[in-house]
Design a protein around this ligand. Structure first.
Ligand SMILES: Nc1ncnc2c1ncn2[C@@H]1O[C@H](COP(=O)(O)OP(=O)(O)OP(=O)(O)O)[C@@H](O)[C@H]1O
Length: 278
């Protein structure tokens, strides 16, 4: 038999999890999750509080190990990469992107290059200053470059966190509720910056999000978790139905198409009985 070649060859997924389980004593936070993420795709991970979203992200980023099952990154077990190899491939941006430490914006953003540097902090053929300047300018952070991080607002710090992962140039970006503390304008701006960056670089994005309307506008695909199990997997437009939102979140939703794009948008009905009691 001849080997499949060229376009016949199945592309290796950027990320693949099989029967992934994470238990904390008697509590099973994730139960046998299987999921495959193509390179360059944008996935939203949604589900109610406590459904296992952050636990999943911790396993994907290698900060935690599964109780059973596997995480493969570009076809190789996540645990078989060194810490530094893994951070060249995978970057993580947390809810409160960066702690308010005394470093300047430029210093923090330059730290994004750490996974590419040797133990003396050197990197062959790369001008870190230049890469940093470009990213700072692009995110409108150039005027803040010499400010200490603890003198910035939460929204500005989140942009610095994004600058740091952009400088890191990962293949996969994991985000844990990155827009939670941002006002409406900055939420949208943050998501647009991600979308542009993805368009340019083909970075794979996996974002835990609570805002389903933003999710529907930006993430093509969704992993829906409930009680640590996969409740839905596939195209956002197919999964965001009234019936599923009712079942997963235990609320009474109304879904309407967005007037610009037609993607599903969510309105919540008040709990009529409780409201009448007040
Ligand atoms: N280190 C831990 N030790 C014990 N239990 C944990 C630990 N981490 C998470 N859990 C439990 O695992 C379950 C899933 O938690 P996880 O933080 O992954 O949920 P989540 O979907 O991210 O929730 P949220 O939307 O509230 O952030 C919860 O019941 C949580 O209490």
């Amino acid at each position: 038999m001849t080997e499949p070649s060229g376009s016949q060859k199945k592309r290796i997924p950027a990320l693949e999890v099989t029967s992934l389980t994470r238990s904390f004593g008697e509590l099973h936070a994730l139960k046998k999750i299987s999921w495959s993420v193509d390179e360059g795709s944008w996935w939203g991970v949604i589900g109610p509080n406590g459904s296992g979203k952050s636990t999943l992200l911790h396993l994907l980023s290698g900060v935690d190990r599964p109780t059973a099952g596997n995480v493969h990154i570009y076809g190789k077990k996540a645990g078989s990469y060194s810490r530094k190899e893994l951070s060249r491939l995978v970057a993580v941006l947390q809810q409160e992107g960066l702690p308010p430490v005394g470093y300047t914006v430029r210093e923090v953003v330059e730290m994004g290059r750490y996974p590419h540097q040797d133990w003396l902090g050197r990197e062959k053929g790369v001008d870190v200053g230049l890469i940093t300047d470009r990213v700072l300018k692009r995110l409108g952070l150039a005027p803040l470059a010499d400010r200490a991080l603890d003198h910035l607002s939460g929204g500005q710090r989140q942009r610095v966190a994004l600058a740091k992962v952009m400088v890191q140039e990962p293949q996969i970006l994991l985000l844990d509720e990155p827009t939670t503390y941002l006002d409406l304008r900055y939420q949208l701006e943050f998501m647009e910056l991600l979308a542009e960056w993805r368009q340019e670089t083909g970075v794979t994005i996996i974002a835990v999000l609570h805002d389903l309307n933003l999710t529907a506008q930006f993430c093509e695909n969704l992993l829906v978790l409930k009680d640590g199990m996969v409740e839905g997997l596939g195209a956002s437009a197919d999964l965001l139905t009234e019936e599923r939102i009712r079942r997963v979140y235990e609320v009474e939703p109304v879904m309407l198409p967005h007037p610009d794009s037609g993607v599903p948008q969510l309105l919540l009905r008040r709990n009529v009985r409780r409201a009448a009691d007040q």
